[in-house]
Design a protein around this ligand. Sequence first.
Ligand SMILES: [Zn+2]
Length: 411
Amino acid sequence: MKTVVSLIVFLLLVCVGVFAPVHSQSQASSLAIIHANMIDGVSAAPIRDATLLIRDGRIESISTSHTEIPSGISVFDLKGRWLLPGFVDAHAHLADLGAARRALASGATTVRCLGVNHFVDIGFRELNHAGVADIPDVVAAGYHVRPRPAEELFLDIPKMKDLMGGVKGTESVRRVVRAMIDRGVDVIKIMATERAGLPDTDPRKRVFSDEELIAAVDEARKSNIYVAAHAHGDEGAAAAVRAGVRSIEHGTYLSDQTLTMMKEKGTYLVPTIATVIDLIDTGGDYDDPVLSVRGRAMLPRIRETTAHALKMGVKIVAGTDTGYAPSSRRRIPHEIIELVNIGMTPMDAIKAATSVAAACIGVDKRTGSIKTGMEADFIAIERDPTADISAIQDVIVVINNGKIAVNRLNW
Ligand SMILES: [Zn+2]
């Protein structure tokens, strides 16, 4: 009898929309979100007081007029808080499930993982697609294609042992690209210049020839896979753009000539300003005096280049380049704020982390904007981010494929 009474009370509370039980909602296949001030990721202006119906992980309807909520549906009342598409972090390195969970908790419902060992990124993607809702959807690159691959690659694919001495020449590059595709990656990550995050490398120095870059793009294209190129220095970046990569990652020293070519070809720029700040700071993903000095030299350049790219109309996308480790100091909201700092409007910076990022990484048919038929990937925040972009740092709700993954509303 007692259970029956509590059940009736529970149902009444659900009907008036004041009760938000996380567990029953996270299991529910249907959900109504009411009283949401919504930024949909594509429109120029926010949409006030929206009601969204979610079914089986997808957005069934969106309305701004009075909507009858079908009976039996869990109701999630945002009470005027702000609903945005889940963020898309176009550049991260998730090494384990803890990192994947931290990325999601910071608001990233989709992450493009651009280089990680042992194909764990493919594992995250498969878990997410199988219904595990506490990690983001992942667009996976497997290992970086670079002259000196990570040694772990040869533990995973011992038959490539002859490349332990180096990946040189178009046929070797094609073999590594094919090996990634055979393992099920969504994107090929190639190094067009050396890294910035190691004290003994020179980020301006290019590492592959024109022919090798062209071979990588060509080999990937045969399987309908695109290439993202890491490049700081202009020479390597320009060669990668000419070869037909989809995005330049970092792009610190890009010349106006290269930016013009990117604009013409529709190549995206993922500047990852947040990680350059991390080079400078003590702690975080990098903690090295050499890198700190380098970061101080790079930061004004990457900001200047990104501001230039913005003025020239190059498509700019938010990516953190962080590992989302316990000690990481950067999250996707930081990069969005950095994009506002270099001159983007808050609305455009949000698009750079939602619909534009989704198009860059190849998932815009299913996520990155709030539209009927799309995956129900959302975050909620307290305040209007178009009035003050810092509001996006305080993510209080994350809904991942229609399931409530983070709920800080009742704290
Ligand atoms: Zn990276």
